[in-house]
Write a protein that binds this ligand. Structure first.
Ligand SMILES: O=C(O)C1=C[C@@H](OP(=O)(O)O)[C@@H](O)[C@H](O)C1
Ligand SMILES: C=C(OP(=O)(O)O)C(=O)O
Length: 441
């Protein structure tokens, strides 16, 4: 368990690309595995979470091969073709792999037992167990809602019309993926539209899938049992990984960086709008489309950040970026207040509690609420000198790596290993731009 020491070194300068989008990478492997024939994926994120998805799809019968850096080939088994694996599948730290694959299994006549690391075993699965049970799958889960769990898919799955009780693209996607091998039309309704990569990708593979706005809800209708045609997926850079660079370059005086090829799906760009509302200097350049998703290059120059109280976006458009936004708020001028964030309590860690503890340990003044946090910004450097407990959460480790660049005394992150789940080149990439990060034993 290597710890990581973060302290200021120099302004960040240079042009970089971040690895592929994690959400799209997972889906590219899963959906290719259900196509009939050979698909290729380029720009795939080779982080531990996506590798867990690849391994799971292999275990269920798909041929999933790496042929070069980020370049993968998948031979799909076709919808209905998944097989019972001969062993338990280990989803590691990845909520997306677990919940989406539970959806796939739910409408296949197979039985699968899944487990994961201590973080994943503490995350709620009832949110997918409930709708998938209505579709006909049966579950045996620890305490009814936690991993390890065994799921047996239905031989005769039923289509449902489901309104998600919380803003969750994982729940929406799990139901839609179950709908793939279900006769009839599966409908999912969301009060707030969450990331729509599943919808976009299924459309590109020839599925009959319609999206509409009805009575203030975002509605997706999928006609079951399509033949998915194999396509070549080009995965754009991950805006959630880019967020660490956007914040770092904004807060470290004198910085000027460009992050190329960033996925700019409008349901994912909340962090750009939030930082701009705080006074960040972010230029969106070279806007184009890649593999059915908008992408752009982002040039970020340091700026004096000020507090925000009303975010200009829905939290779901930047749900994984709050930890690093809290770090931006810690160095901004004034008091920021973030509410409506109860979902942060059920991520890899309880991100409200763990961020509050880490910030406090480094001299940041704050108040934690049940559904949010108020951060009293230092208007410049924070004290630092504290040790941050990451609780197997990559975003906590990376957020405090960024904050350490604006600390009077170094910040120690107790465990750097979780960074491997989503952004394996994070330390090299940041130090290459000028950041001060050192691994220690
Ligand atoms: O669908 C996805 O790929 C994801 C959805 C979000 O989770 P929720 O659906 O739980 O909000 C996000 O936090 C996660 O990192 C990836
Ligand atoms: C919440 C996250 O991922 P997952 O739910 O897939 O573990 C994340 O990457 O921040």
């Amino acid at each position: 368990m290597p710890s990581l020491i973060s302290s200021p070194r120099s302004p960040l300068n240079g042009t970089v690309k971040v690895p592929g989008d994690k959400s799209i990478s997972h889906r590219s492997i899963m959906l290719s595995a259900l196509a009939v024939g050979k698909s290729e994926v380029t720009g795939l994120l080779e982080g531990e979470d996506v590798l867990a998805t690849a391994e799971a799809m292999r275990a269920m019968g798909a041929r999933v091969e790496r042929i070069g850096e980020g370049h993968w080939v998948v031979h799909g088994v076709g919808i209905g073709g998944l097989q019972t694996p001969d062993n338990v599948i280990d989803m590691g730290n990845s909520g997306t792999s677990t919940r989406l694959i539970m959806g796939l299994i739910a409408s296949h006549d197979i039985t699968v037992t899944m487990t994961g690391d201590a973080s994943l075993r503490g995350r709620p699965m009832g949110r997918v167990i409930d709708p998938l049970t209505t579709m006909g799958a049966t579950f045996s889960a620890r305490d009814g809602k936690f991993l390890p769990l065994t799921v047996t898919g239905s031989q005769n799955p039923l289509p449902i019309d489901y309104t998600t009780p919380m803003a969750s693209a994982q729940v929406k996607s799990a139901v839609l993926l179950a709908g793939l091998n279900t006769p009839g039309v599966t409908t999912v309704r969301e009060k707030v539209a969450t990331r729509d990569h599943t919808e976009r990708m299924l459309k590109s593979m020839g599925a009959e899938i319609e999206t509409a706005e009805e009575d203030g809800l975002y509605v997706v209708r999928l006609t079951g049992q399509p033949e998915l045609k194999p396509v070549n997926f080009e995965v754009p850079g991950d805006i959630s990984s880019s967020a660490f660079l956007l914040v770092a370059a904004s807060i470290i005086p004198g910085s000027d960086i460009t992050v190329e090829n960033v996925g700019m799906n409008p349901l994912r760009t909340g962090i750009v709008h939030a930082l701009k509302a705080m006074g960040a200097d972010i230029e969106i350049l070279n806007e184009r489309t890649l593999g059915g998703e908008p992408v752009a290059d982002l040039r970020v120059r340091a700026a004096k950040l000020k507090a925000v109280s009303e975010l200009p976006v829905d939290p779901s458009t930047m749900i994984d970026e709050f930890p690093v936004l809290f770090c931006a708020a810690a160095v901004a001028e004034g008091t920021s207040r973030f509410k409506g964030l109860e979902e942060l309590r059920v991520k890899e860690s309880d991100r409200l509690a763990v961020m509050a503890a880490g910030l406090k340990a480094n001299g940041v003044e704050l108040t934690e609420f049940e559904d949010g946090i108020e951060i009293r910004g230092a208007g410049g450097k924070v004290k630092g000198g504290g040790i941050v407990a990451t609780h197997l959460d990559h975003r906590i480790a990376m957020s405090f790596s960024v904050l350490g660049q604006m600390a009077e005394s170094a910040i120690t992150i107790d465990d750097a290993a979780p960074i491997q789940t989503s952004f394996p080149v994070f330390i090299d990439l940041l130090t290459g731009l000028g950041a001060g990060l050192k691994l220690a034993r």
